[in-house]
Ligand binder design. Structure first.
Ligand code: ZN
Length: 146
């Protein structure tokens, strides 16, 4: 199944390819303060594949906090939080804000509260590589140094 979505204005587009029914997909409610402020429903499945497309790369805003091991992807123009990405060794993984999908209402499972405060940097990166969605970035702007 292929699910499509985007930020509100369409500058950042999302595609999720998965074999599982939306009603079977486990959703997370990460308890970090960023995700709580967005009330984000997080989706990640290592068997799924995500494609993130910067239709208008100028509008793509990265935000990092805490251990700064990932980038929060936000649209500058419409303010929607789209996904969190981790890049390492030429590969990319992401967790999707499931509510960016057009058919978000099909994803009906109650998000499970998750807390990752006790992780160290290495543990966090290892978990993400194991659990997040393998991801293809299209038209993505090069990261600015920080
Ligand atoms: Zn937008």
């Amino acid at each position: 199944m292929l699910f499509k979505g985007q930020c509100h204005c369409g500058a950042i587009r999302v595609e999720l390819s998965t074999d599982r029914q939306p009603s079977d997909q486990v959703l997370g409610a990460c308890q970090c303060s960023f995700c709580r402020k967005h009330n984000a429903r997080a989706f990640s499945d290592p068997k799924a594949h995500v494609t993130l497309t910067a239709a208008d790369p100028q509008q793509l805003q990265r935000y990092a906090f805490g251990l700064k091991t990932s980038d929060q992807i936000i649209c500058r123009q419409c303010g929607v939080y789209v996904a969190m990405t981790l890049a390492d060794d030429g590969r990319v993984w992401s967790v999707l804000n499931i509510d960016t999908l057009d058919e978000r209402a099909l994803f009906t499972r109650t998000p499970e509260a998750r807390t990752y405060d006790s992780e160290d940097r290495e543990g966090r990166i290892a978990r993400r590589k194991a659990r997040w969605c393998p991801t293809t970035l299209v038209g993505w702007p090069a990261p600015t140094s920080r």
